[in-house]
Design a protein around this ligand. Structure first.
Ligand code: DX5
Ligand code: ZN
Length: 239
């Protein structure tokens, strides 16, 4: 929980500093018939945090889940959770996800009429405020809100489905954002989401990704611990 004692996400940031990039498994392709078991399994496999894809069938074609499932995951999980909102009018549900215990709320810049105001609203509710950017959107769209966000999630697939192929346009965006951050003395974290596997993770880590979402590469493996370990070690040892 987020309290005066510190933010729940601080322990992930601390791990990032000591161990290098952190892999956040995405639950999208997991066995929802055994959700609590999947969460437990991912935690005991070493997941430092979990990534939850909320899709409304409008902002993106697929409809996944919303507050009820996020609540179930929150109650089953001990690690922090990131709620990635791929919905129209995300402003309407921020308070509810914050109340349910989201540690990060990630909203798409493409869906916001006033990105600064939305990110500030998230922060004032307690969660870390992250902004996502789709492959076809230029980094300039983020300019007005880089000083009020805690993180940027660079999408390396078109949002909407798990198991898609990595789009290398994300590498340029990560490098550009890392450069902007250094020039401005800003401190937002850099994340990446989509198509991450053993053949793509070193490149995103080398380009500056710190929070690395991996769905199919973990969930479709037969050993979650080995998959997370292998991905994190490839990221840590990236050139
Ligand atoms: C895509 C989602 C991703 C997805 C990642 O819209 O935002 O989080 O679950 O899955 P993989 O790693 O399989 O691309
Ligand atoms: Zn996602």
């Amino acid at each position: 929980m987020n309290s005066a004692a510190g933010h729940a996400f601080d322990r992930v940031t601390a791990r990032l500093e000591t161990h290098g990039p952190v892999v956040l498994p995405a639950l999208l392709l997991c066995d929802f018939g055994h959700l609590a078991r999947e969460v437990e399994h991912l935690e005991s496999a070493g997941a430092a945090a979990l990534h939850l894809d909320v899709m409304d069938g409008r902002f993106v074609p697929q409809l996944t889940y919303g507050q009820v499932v996020v609540d179930a995951v929150r109650r089953a999980a001990r690690v922090p959770i990131e709620v990635h909102l791929m919905v129209e009018e995300p402003e309407r549900s921020l308070a509810e996800y914050a109340r349910l215990g989201a540690d990060i709320i990630t909203v798409h810049v493409e869906g916001l009429s006033d990105p600064r105001a939305t990110l500030e609203a998230i922060s004032s509710l307690g969660p870390r405020a992250h902004v996502a950017i789709s492959p076809g959107t230029s980094v300039e769209r983020l300019e007005p809100c880089l000083d009020v966000c805690d993180g940027v999630l660079v999408m390396s697939v078109e949002p909407g489905y798990g198991g898609q192929r990595f789009n290398p346009v994300a590498l340029e965006k990560l490098a550009c954002l890392a450069d902007l951050r250094a020039r401005r003395g800003a401190s937002f974290l850099l994340g990446v989401d989509g198509g991450i596997a053993t053949d793509t993770i070193a490149a995103v880590a080398a380009a500056g990704a710190q929070l690395i979402v991996a769905g199919s590469a973990v969930i479709r493996s037969d050993d979650y611990a080995r998959a997370i370990d292998e991905l994190e070690s490839l990221a840590r040892n990236a050139p």
